[in-house]
Design a protein around this ligand. Structure first.
Ligand code: GDD
Ligand code: MG
Length: 325
């Protein structure tokens, strides 16, 4: 079987106050098509036979509403505490059959170009059947330090470098044979588990132990806390020799920050004043005097004013808040 695995563990703290712990960005109805989570489900429905959602106690109900409304029967994995993507993906692989092909995607990305998407995933599935771990590469447009980079030659991966520093990222862009890692993966369940066991035996063993005591997809908290928190990128992608890449042709944005959301909304014709100021979340007439590239975000109980290029720092506010999280 081909199984769509949806990772839905993040809270999108850089999109506070739109995104909340109780209502993370992937479930917000930011678009006329609905939420990012809903669009993720739809886009993969035609390509996969089954769905596994790996989420948490705070959001599994939100996933349920979307999947039920689309009439999709799925497997629910509810983490007791976030242990990062290596563990989340390991749970999905343990829940699946050894020879199932898993198409792992985040739930919070914008993808435009349905045909190009299908083509990429189908190419990935073919390679996954041969025992490879497939990454999906995006043509980079700037030396972004928040992404993984794939050094490639055709479909071969010469190296995978997660979150380089600024100088290294600039060097990668200059050299030209690097793609961004989209954060989507495709592999046979047993291939991934084998590589995880080899490179991160402790993650493998503790995740395996936690999974053996799961009840109905719900994980035990104290066993989960024993799992080292590491992303799949550091745990497996940077180390395995079985990585391949599919260079994709679709448009992609991970809407990670207000700057990314701003760029996306602007490209869809959303209104911006002559100095690049934007209001999100309110139809109230808003005037800006002497301000440039400022984003105002309005919600019922919080207001945010942020300079576009400081968007990454919104995370810091989120982290200092208790009440308005
Ligand atoms: N269930 C679950 N549990 N999901 C999780 C957890 C967890 O503990 N941690 C993260 N996730 C989900 C997030 O919600 C997101 O959908 C996805 O896994 C990736 O996690 P991020 O935290 O967003 O990773 P990142 O953005 O720093 O980096 C990854 O994505 C980039 C592209 O957006 C890496 O794969 C990079 O290499 C890649 O470029
Ligand atoms: Mg991300």
């Amino acid at each position: 079987n081909i199984v769509h695995v949806i990772l839905s563990g993040g809270v999108g703290s850089r999109l506070w106050p739109l995104s909340r712990k109780s209502n993370p960005k992937q479930y917000l109805n930011l678009f006329k098509e609905g939420s990012l989570f809903g669009m993720t489900v739809l886009r993969n429905k035609v390509l996969c036979d089954q769905v596994i959602v790996v989420g948490n106690r705070e959001n599994y109900q939100l996933s349920r509403e979307v999947l039920d409304s689309q009439g999709i029967i799925y497997t629910d994995i509810v983490e007791a505490t976030p242990r990062n993507t290596a563990a989340a993906i390991a749970f999905a692989a343990l829940a699946a059959a050894a020879d199932d092909i898993l198409v792992v995607t985040p739930s919070d990305h914008v993808i435009v170009g349905e045909e190009a998407y299908k083509k990429a995933i189908q190419a990935g599935i073919e390679k996954a059947r041969e025992g490879y771990i497939v990454t999906f590469g995006i043509q980079p447009t700037r030396p972004e330090t928040g992404y993984g980079y794939i050094e490639f030659e055709n479909d071969r991966v010469l190296s995978f470098r997660e979150k380089p520093n600024q100088d290294t990222a600039e060097d990668f862009i200059e050299r030209g044979n690097f793609l961004w890692n989209s954060g989507m993966f495709c592999f046979r369940a047993d291939t991934l588990l084998h590589e995880l066991e080899q490179f991160e035996p402790k993650v493998y063993a503790t995740a395996f132990a936690a999974w053996q005591h799961q009840k109905d997809g719900r994980l035990d908290e104290s066993l989960s806390k024993k799992i080292p928190s590491i992303s799949i990128d550091y745990a497996v992608m940077e180390r395995s020799k079985k990585i391949r890449v599919v260079a994709t042709q679709f448009e992609w944005s991970d809407l990670g920050s207000f700057e990314a959301l701003y760029d996306y909304l602007r490209s869809t014709g959303y209104s911006v004043d002559e100095n690049g100021n934007m209001v999100i979340g309110s139809d109230m007439y808003t005037a800006f005097v002497g301000l440039k590239d400022t984003i105002v975000v309005c919600t019922d109980d919080a207001l945010l004013f942020v300079q576009k290029e400081k968007s990454q720092d919104v995370k810091k506010i989120y982290n200092t808040l208790e009440k308005h999280q």
